[in-house]
Design a protein around this ligand. Structure first.
Ligand code: HMG
Ligand code: MG
Length: 301
């Protein structure tokens, strides 16, 4: 097997991770943590989301976080944005990249953003247009690509249809979400073989939640399909509050460990990453699920 020499890991812990944590992290601790992440060699950090605070109370301090962090040159600081109202706030904070999001399944989309897919698309189109006009890059997320908590199986034709609509809005990259961690390697291979007939691998990222422990295996299969961009959350934080049973993203530190061992370059310093993981673990007061933290015998505190 010929592996790529380099991959890009996108840290989504401050957004996808913290959005679902029961413990509310103080704004200054979020800022301190993101500043630590900025010194690990990561080149992309999704710092927060500008959604309705009643829907995601844990990220109600989005503006204070986005304005309070140190911006290290060479790192792209992104944020999730659902609509024009969120975009106005994101632009006021001068984030580098705006991530728009939608689901491939109707029920999850409605539970998550209170609209049907066809109602959501024009909203996202306007957000993307305005963000691009403001000089920002736009990333797209497509959720429930491998299964929906409400509808079960999701058709790959539907995934391709919604993905095409997002690319048509001018997104630079599309992140395909296994929102509830139901994917298996054979399925990932099958789905990617179809998707990559329509879109280039360089513009596709994979976003695996590790609910059933399949994420690293799924990343490996994606790698074999030519994918080199993966989302992850430090320590395996998080989940999706509108996807019952969803647990955290694959742990960034586990992915870095795997790639380091395989000789694939990530540019990320594992020791600094673990120090940042220890910091957020101590603030949350619960043991995070990552294997590398566990192997390092980390205690909470
Ligand atoms: P809505 O209630 O339909 O909104 O919510 P609306 O447009 O009808 O407006 C209602 C009120 O909300 C108005 O205020 C608006 O101004 C206000 P009022 O006039 O009543 O005082 N409002 C806002 N306030 C703050 N920020 C905003 C905003 N927009 C409207 N941006 C909405 C629609 C999209 C806002 C809501 O459904 C929402 O915030 N949803 C977010 C859900 C979410 O964040 N889910 C998790 C992220 S997605 C995810 O985790 C999946 C992913 O990781 C990939 C994967 O794993 O698959 C990305
Ligand atoms: Mg997610």
């Amino acid at each position: 097997m010929k592996w790529p020499q380099t991959v890009v890991l996108k840290e989504v812990g401050p957004r996808d991770g913290l959005q679902n944590e029961k413990t509310c992290i103080a704004t200054e601790d979020k800022i301190a943590w993101i500043n630590q992440l900025s010194r690990t060699g990561l080149t992309y950090i999704e710092v927060t989301s500008f959604v309705h605070p009643q829907w995601i109370p844990a990220l109600a301090d989005a503006e204070a976080v986005a304005k309070g962090i140190e911006r290290v040159p060479g790192i792209t600081y992104g944020a999730l944005v659902p609509n024009q109202k969120g975009l106005a706030k994101a632009l006021a904070c001068d984030v580098d990249e705006v991530s728009i999001f939608i689901s491939a399944s109707e029920t999850h989309n409605r539970k998550n953003i209170n609209k049907s897919i066809s109602e959501s698309l024009p909203v996202l189109r306007d957000v993307a247009k305005e963000a691009l006009a403001a000089g920002k890059s736009v990333r797209g997320y497509l959720s429930t690509v491998f299964g929906c908590p409400y509808e079960g199986a999701v058709s790959t034709d539907q995934v391709i249809r919604v993905a095409a609509a997002l690319f048509d809005m001018g997104i630079g990259e599309l992140s395909l979400g296994d929102t509830i961690g139901v994917a298996n390697p054979a399925q990932v291979q099958r789905v990617l073989e179809r998707i990559l007939k329509h879109f280039p691998a360089e513009r596709i990222a994979l976003h695996f939640h590790d609910t059933r422990g399949m994420a690293l295996a799924n990343i490996l299969v994606s790698l074999e399909q030519g994918i080199t961009r993966f989302d992850a959350a430090l320590g395996g934080l998080g989940g999706c509050p509108y996807a019952p049973g969803a647990s955290g993203n694959v742990a960034t530190d586990d992915v870095v460990h795997m790639f380091n061992g395989m000789g694939i370059h990530t540019g990320i310093d594992q020791e600094k990453l673990l120090a940042a993981a220890r910091f957020i673990q101590s603030r949350l007061g619960r043991k995070l699920p990552s294997h590398t933290l566990c192997a390092a015998g980390e205690a909470i505190g």
